[in-house]
Design a protein around this ligand. Sequence first.
Ligand SMILES: [Zn+2]
Length: 735
Amino acid sequence: MKTSRVISALAAMLVCVAAAAAPVQFGRKSRILSWGQSPEASRAAYYLQKYLSEASSLAFPVVDDVTLKPGDIIINEVDNLPEDAFRISAQGNNIFLEGRGKSLIYAVCDFLEQEMGMDYWGDGEYTIGHKTRVEVKNRTEVPAFRYRQTSHWCLGNGRLANSDAGKVLGADEFYRLWYRLEEPHELFVNNLWVHTCNKLLPASRYGKEHPEYYAWFDGARHPGSASQWCFTNPEVLEIVCERLDSLFKANPRQKMISISQNDGSDTYCRCPSCLAVMEEEGAASGPVLRFVNAVARRFPDKEISTLAYLFTVTPPAKTVPEKNVSIMLCDIDCRRQTSLPENPSGAEFMKCLEGWSRICDNIFLWDYGINFDNYLSPFPNLQTIKDNMVIFRDHGVKMHFSQINSSLGGDMAELRPYLVSKLMWNPSASLDSLETHFCESYYGAAAPYILRYIHTLEGAAVGTDVDLFIYDSPVSYKENILRPALMRRYNRMFDDAEAAVADDPVRLKRVRRTRLPLQYSALEIARTNPGRDAKAVSADLELFRSRILEFDVPTLNERNNSPLSYCDMYKERYLKDSKANLASGKPVTYILPPHKRYESLSRTALTDGLYGGTGYVENWVGWEGNDAEFVIDLGQVHFISKVGTDFLRQIGGWVLEPLGVDYYVSLDGEQYSLFGSVDNPENRDGTIGFKALEATGGASARYIKVHVRGQNVCPEWHYGVGNPCWFFIDEVWAE
Ligand SMILES: [Zn+2]
């Protein structure tokens, strides 16, 4: 549209000389002039009308007129701004909202937020004041990262209703636009954005006939759905290029695709030819990057993304990524209590970031500000997220995925994505101002207490130097950030917060939802406390259950464990009387001992009456890559009718159920006879769970010998294919 361009150019010139803030008065004749041709321009006009008319009680008709009248707002499509950027300006008594495609909607949202005082909380919840006169601050907004991705429960992430498993609720498109968030499928061909190797060269199709396409280590090729490729095999390059060619042809609108290793570490190819490249490059990323570069040269007008993750996180010494290669760099193993340079694991990662940023100006940074195993556990890393984002921007990172806990009912599940979205746009924004604005608007009179809770927890994290890790359990915090003296204070803050909004049902709900992680942590800690008051814990459990139901909390962790099943399991596992167990408190002697890490724990943990939880980081005794054998001395001869052992299943952590258990009994500790054997069929269930393997019979004995037959090596369907796997035991019982 020619006219709009001319006026737009004029408007842009005027912006430069206009005062910083200009007043605009709306009236009954005010209109929205939609000058854009794109579908996004129409949507921008729709959203503007919807919320502006509500806030002003004026109609704001959307018209396709080029003649300006006082009080009109103009939505204008322009070509002279960087990707996702937009411009807002007042000229006389008119307001110009300018951008291109989606950024027109961003301009509308920013105007509604900054000038009209609107906040959007998600799932249709928002607050907006009443105004007919605004002070417009002329501005051009350009994002720090050209691509911004995070998670929020409004997007449907992990939002599976308890009552109706499988149904995704609340995918809120407007939330995504309001917070200027993007999703991989918008950018990557066929949503091929990460761990794509098995999708591009399925082992089910090629593995049998061509094992040489797959990783060689420990004396064999390992074709499998989780296996890595032999990246120096020229046939693999040809097949993958052919596949990419047809994918690009079928999806002409998107130009980016990922060639990236399957998930898992230590599974890469160590054949002589891959080893030679690794030696030359001083890094296991060498063969992968050379392969990806070769593909990128075949598709010069496309963008090829690859992972720098686990075994490929270190950049190669010689090869430099081609111009059209994007490096998806992941800081998965770093600690989160402080910014990256402030803790040793982060400092290690910083070397990789510095290395990659020296050879590549097209880095996609994947940051993990999340506890995958316990969404409902405090995870005080908000300041860390901000500090790290500043570092990423300053190292020239262009695209960013801030993977955070945002599952409904999770730790600060509403504040967290709010902050992350704002900071991804501008990492220099003040964390304090953002937190304060959010809490005051969202929690109202409860804000001071919630803010105090956030800051006390954060201070405790830095002060105690807790190790915040992505697979933590709240039990690992019971002597630092969640120690009793602090738990008492946190609870008092929430009591005060609830009291402050007792007459405001909407905000009371929000406060109670925010309190869930504290309740869950108290339950988790209580189960590890031998002196717990079972009656009080039962009451806490029932209150937790009722809140879970009220708020429809979908999951406890990345593995989709249901919170209601957790409540049932808790009652059965931790609140049952264990006096009947003849093995309780009895000494254990190891013949095939556990992994060294569990040596001291193993002296008491198997018979201490305390059952382990869903994380292997506390109370569980682990064996890696071999069987277990141990003897329990009951102290005197008993008639035994049942012997059992409890195992953890956490496939994501390479913790697999064992193949079976054999129980032997003896009167003297020398001559043993078989009491019973239990076989255990393979269980690929991805949720975290427990498995009791029990044998029944009848024998008089003082000694019980337990032999556990482990899987020992991760099977081909597992990410650890070919590597040792674990099993974990907590509690052995005899009746
Ligand atoms: Zn190889």
